[in-house]
Design a binder for this molecule. Structure first.
Ligand SMILES: Nc1ncnc2c1ncn2[C@@H]1O[C@H](COP(=O)(O)OP(=O)(O)O)[C@@H](O)[C@H]1O
Ligand SMILES: [Mg+2]
Length: 250
């Protein structure tokens, strides 16, 4: 039996980003061609300054490419306006920033429920989802606190819970374990594993080999270019609909 082809969630064509620092052009991403299938868990690694954040920011519409194309679910998106990107993020992309970006004057619980509510969940559903996520990340006791009272590691886990609140089909996470001790890293990785088993597509930036080793595939960047792109294992998993169709990579 031929394996069923994975549908492509993300495709980039010759994607490039050049920042201007005064008069000096700084190439951050150079000619990246990437194709990521539905349900894949991809780790993006590379040294500091290699363009990891710039790449995922562009994939989430938070940074404009200087050249090339981005396609999401078969639709060209690099040409979209900010309002259309905002809608796309609300409906299907969860984003964990390197610097958390929590809403300061809302409690942890409200920060996590907000994306679900914006995506159209009922208050009851949003609350159940929030309780599940905060529990999975060991944050239940911090529910009523404002972000300013949390440690860096706690804020980082709240940022992940928030990104997963609307059950995004695509999770983009920039160093989500960067500030965490080993126990909290384990909680985060366990939750990402569950999300992955649910069929969500994950693109995770990390410079930690242990974290990258959980992914199906590791894309290595150097000086803004992909220098290695390897599939680690051949995962088999069920689609989220539970219809029982098994998909395989390659
Ligand atoms: N806003 C910016 N303005 C100018 N240069 C930037 C900006 N953001 C990133 N860069 C530069 O782009 C390159 C890639 O940065 P980045 O994507 O943050 O790498 P990484 O996440 O791998 O550390 C670096 O040389 C960095 O200095
Ligand atoms: Mg970065």
């Amino acid at each position: 039996m031929t394996p069923k082809q994975l549908s492509t969630v993300i495709k980039t064509v010759n994607l490039g980003k050049i920042y201007q620092q005064g008069a000096v052009p700084v190439p951050a991403v150079r000619g990246v061609d990437l194709e990521i299938g539905a349900g894949e868990f991809v780790a993006v690694t590379g040294p500091s300054g290699s363009g990891k954040s710039t790449l995922v920011h562009m994939l989430g519409g938070l940074d404009k490419p200087s050249s090339g194309e981005i396609w999401l679910d078969g639709r060209r998106v690099d040409t979209l306006r900010e309002s259309a990107w905002a809608l796309l993020r609300r409906k299907k992309i969860g984003f964990v920033f390197q610097f958390f970006n929590l809403v300061a004057n809302m409690t942890v619980a409200d920060n996590v429920e907000l994306p679900a509510l914006l995506a159209g969940s009922s208050p009851k559903e949003a609350r159940a989802r929030r309780e599940y996520l905060l529990d999975a990340l060991g944050l239940t006791e911090r529910s009523d606190a404002p972000p300013s009272q949390l440690s860096g590691g706690e804020q980082q886990r709240v940022a992940l819970a928030r990104a997963l609140s609307n059950r995004p089909s695509l999770l983009l996470a920039d160093e989500p374990t960067g500030n965490l001790d080993s126990r909290n890293t384990r909680d985060v990785l366990r939750l990402l594993g569950e999300v992955h088993r649910d069929g969500q597509t994950i693109v995770l930036v990390t410079h930690e080999a242990r974290v990258a080793s959980l992914a199906d595939r590791v894309v290595s960047l150097l000086d803004g270019q992909v220098i290695d792109d390897g599939t680690i294992a051949v995962p088999r998993r069920r689609s989220r609909g539970g219809a029982g169709d098994v998909v395989e990579l390659r």
